[in-house]
Write a protein that binds this ligand. Structure first.
Ligand code: GDP
Ligand code: MG
Length: 498
């Protein structure tokens, strides 16, 4: 980087589109992984963040060594496509520099494509269209990982003409939704007219073109926005109960540096929770944040990056200060604090308290953000708001829902609330199902038997809990997709009624 040039951070890119358009597959193709094949029912249920270092992108695009890439990499966020996840999509979007809208060339614009366009317009995010599944054009000759213009040249006249009319159809559909689009290789007004990149996530045609647009063209047009800045900007994506690490907070660090030992404030429904960063974990490059497996440990992490923050103190580090005579009460408080973390609200900021900062002031800022998150119902969102999630508790008759993270909980509740399903929720909890959950949910055995159910998603059910449930006649339903979970429940009710 030349002396007078600004240091740029990695652009943050979000992948949107209708379910089955090939978002996850496209990301897999870029990374050379196979998340799509491993997902339950092939459905993405949480937001994942993947960091692609510039050198890997260079390899994928056969860019000449002397051609500069001004950004250190690209941070890609894959969002779930199902309808009940619209809140999470909106969250992923608000922090993005650009979006890739994946459209299946054989289907054109679909319901959620249009919804994505609506969100993009609301959040004022520009986008590139990946016109995916070109290999499905009848008679397509595979040209693995080739630039799209090269691949198109190799096709028969029939394929070329099918491609042309399908492309024209998609351009028209975009026009009907108020967007001018053009294939990027013919687009002379790239800033005004949205670029379309034909791709195949199956055989890789057009993928180099898409990557080059993201790391070469984009930084030139949004240089100022990508200027690296020490001011910390960090958004919470997900809170998870990890079996070895305890409560972890997945964040996207948009700007600045996070360090081990930093004091941070997380916004939770109960108010601001202050804790210390014990460890910073990132997945290995090209793997995504939520993928299980080995993490890299860091003393510090520089933006833009997806990071898993470990905040919980291990048993030993609690026991030691105790022996040194610290009050029992202090230790108790510590536990309450850390427990509160599980209620961290996705989409809110993580605030770093710098030495010399006034903690109370910082907490007040966090409180303001919490109030905002609770009170503002984005009219453009169809999903649940945090307010709605907490108001579900007050429902006197309903089922009990338990999930691994706030995001999935919201998705389940949104799905339960949708008109086609419409099942009330009595209470909910995060993390493994314990005896206490069974006891709470059992209140329905007396009130309304069909609601005497715990829907447990992606969480462990403790043996004592199962035993108690079996004894008292409460049903615990587990499944690996939200849709299956709810289907099993509706089948169960049918069974009861017969
Ligand atoms: P998502 O819901 O948008 O994440 O879609 P997925 O990535 O899960 O893909 C949905 C289905 O389409 C899967 O069966 C993929 O294997 C298939 N698919 C995705 N992209 C392509 C493509 O470019 N070509 C072909 N032939 N199939 C694809
Ligand atoms: Mg997906």
């Amino acid at each position: 980087v030349a002396g007078d040039e600004k240091e740029l951070r990695a652009p943050i890119c979000c992948i949107l589109g209708h379910v089955d358009a090939g978002k996850t597959k496209l990301l897999d193709c870029i990374r050379g992984t196979n998340v799509q094949g491993r997902e339950a029912g092939g459905i993405t249920q949480q937001i994942g963040a993947t960091y692609l270092p510039a050198e890997n992108i260079r390899d994928r695009t056969s860019l000449k060594a002397e051609t500069a890439i001004k950004v250190p990499g690209l941070l890609v966020i894959d969002t779930p496509g199902h309808e009940s996840f619209s809140k999470m999509r909106s969250r992923g979007l608000s922090m993005c520099d650009i979006a890739v809208v994946v459209v299946d060339i054989t289907k054109g614009l679909e319901k959620q494509t249009v919804e994505s366009l609506h969100l993009l317009r609301c959040h004022n995010v520009s986008f590139i269209v990946a016109l995916n599944k070109v290999d499905r054009l009848y008679g397509w000759k595979e040209c693995t990982n080739a630039p799209i213009v090269e691949a198109l040249k190799k096709q028969s006249d029939d394929v070329k003409s099918e491609y042309k009319w399908r492309l024209t159809k998609v351009v028209t559909e975009f026009k009907e939704n108020g967007f001018n689009t053009a294939p990027y290789y013919e687009n002379n007004k790239k800033k005004k007219v949205v670029n379309i990149v034909p791709t195949s996530a199956e055989s890789g045609e057009g993928v180099p073109d898409l990557l080059l647009l993201l790391v070469r063209w984009l930084p030139d047009i949004i240089t100022d926005k990508l200027a690296y800045d020490d001011t910390i900007e960090c958004t919470v994506l997900e809170v998870n109960e990890h079996k070895d690490l305890g409560t972890t907070v997945d964040v996207v660090l948009i700007n600045g540096v996070l360090r081990q030992g930093d004091q941070v404030i997380v916004c939770t429904k109960q108010g601001p929770v202050t804790t210390i960063i014990r460890d910073l974990l990132t997945p290995h490059p090209m793997k995504e944040l939520k993928a299980k497996g080995a993490y890299k440990h860091h003393k510090e992490v520089r933006a833009a990056q997806g990071v898993k923050i470990v905040a919980r103190v291990s048993f030993i580090s609690i026991a030691v200060p105790y022996e040194h005579g610290i009050h029992c009460q202090t230790i108790h408080c510590l536990f309450v604090f850390l427990q509160g973390l599980q209620y961290a609200m996705a989409g809110t900021s993580l605030i770093v308290v710098k030495p010399g900062d006034d903690l109370r002031q910082a907490e007040a800022a966090a409180m303001q953000e919490i109030d905002m998150a609770i009170s503002t119902t984005d009219e453009n969102e169809k999903g649940t708001t945090t307010q709605e999630v907490s108001s579900i508790m007050t429902c006197k008759e309903g089922i009990y829902v338990q999930a691994s993270s706030v995001g999935t909980l919201e998705a389940i509740i949104a799905h339960l609330k949708s008109s086609s399903v419409d099942i009330p929720v009595y209470d909910w909890n995060l993390g493994p199902v314990y005896k206490q959950d069974v006891m709470k949910a059992s209140a329905m055995l007396k009130r309304k038997e069909e609601y005497a159910v715990i829907l447990a998603f992606d969480v462990k059910v403790m043996p004592e809990a199962s035993a108690l449930a079996a004894e008292s006649g409460l049903k615990i339903i587990t499944a690996d997709t939200v849709y299956r979970l709810v289907n099993i429940y509706t089948e169960h009710i049918k069974g009861l009624k017969e």
